[in-house]
Design a protein. Structure first.
Length: 94
């Protein structure tokens, strides 16, 4: 059976971190995957903090090895929840 180039096993909706990782993981498992998301309007230079399990997932799908040289340990965390609430916490060094 010849499959149409517009035929997919799965469509991932959303191009944020979770959608991108899901689409890559599914494609690496051999599924014909479409990522449905708007084109980025600008380069996103925000920092993303990943917990150990996130790095494990990225490693399992072959992404961590390509970005580990850009990673740095989290030294301080700032959470903001609403205009008046800011919480700062030092992160324990390991």
């Amino acid at each position: 059976m010849n499959r149409d180039e517009n035929e997919f096993d799965v469509i991932v909706v959303g191009g944020g971190p979770a959608g991108l990782i899901a689409a890559i993981a599914l494609a690496k498992r051999g599924l014909r995957t479409m990522l449905l998301a708007p084109s980025p309007q600008h380069e996103d230079r925000r920092t993303t903090a990943l917990l150990g399990s996130s790095a494990d997932i990225l490693s399992a799908i072959g992404i961590w090895q390509a970005i580990v040289d850009k990673a740095a340990p989290l030294r301080r965390l700032r959470l903001a929840d609403g205009p008046d609430a800011v919480h700062r916490r030092q992160v324990a060094r390991t």
